[in-house]
Write a protein that binds this ligand. Structure first.
Ligand SMILES: O=c1[nH]c(=O)n([C@H]2C[C@H](O)[C@@H](COP(=O)(O)O)O2)cc1CO
Ligand SMILES: [Zn+2]
Length: 160
């Protein structure tokens, strides 16, 4: 008989999003995303980080700064956008994105335009912000489903 405690699809893809988030250098919020085709093939992954050529050591990671230019927000590329940009194929229609944080309005525009049909998210800590409220409004209009991920198991252990 086959084993029953194998990793289910949702846990597998959210696990990959979480593992990708571990690559982030953001000291406050690490985000990871994994884009999956309709038939459960992984199309792309991404995490939040500085754009290529913009050194993690030179650019700021601060949240608050007197000068906006000295905070991270103008520079950092979001996990969801990186996952879209890392895709080398040509067709994302009906794909799903697993993301550890609910996408912002800017990523949402790009996800909609790329043909993503569902967002599965782990955390929604910025639900009250205009960015996320706008994101949900656009998803509803565009027919993009958003579904919170409720893990069956809290832990996936990897021993290296
Ligand atoms: O959807 C998102 N995806 C994403 O990658 N991010 C990134 C940008 C920042 O590096 C970090 C948010 O930082 P903070 O929580 O300190 O405001 O997460 C932020 C959002 C916001 O929803
Ligand atoms: Zn975003």
């Amino acid at each position: 008989m086959k084993k029953s405690d194998y990793l289910k699809w949702d846990a597998y893809f959210m696990g990959i999003a979480l593992l990708s988030a571990e690559r982030s250098k953001d000291p406050h919020t690490s985000v990871g995303a994994c884009i999956v085709s309709e038939d459960n093939k992984i199309l792309s992954v991404g995490y939040n980080g500085m754009p290529r050529g913009c050194s993690d050591d030179e650019y700021p990671w601060d949240r608050n700064s007197e000068n906006e230019l000295d905070a991270k927000y103008l520079y950092v590329c979001h996990a969801e956008l990186n996952a879209l940009l890392n895709y080398t194929g040509t067709n994302m229609t009906h794909a799903k994105i697993y993301t550890t944080l609910f996408p912002c309005n800017e990523c949402t525009k790009a996800l909609i335009q790329a043909g993503i049909s569902e967002v599965i998210y782990l955390c929604d800590k910025y639900a009250e912000t205009p960015s996320v409220i706008a994101a949900k409004r656009m998803m509803k209009s565009a027919g993009v489903r958003y579904t919170p991920y409720h893990p069956a198991n809290k832990k996936i252990q990897l021993d290296l």
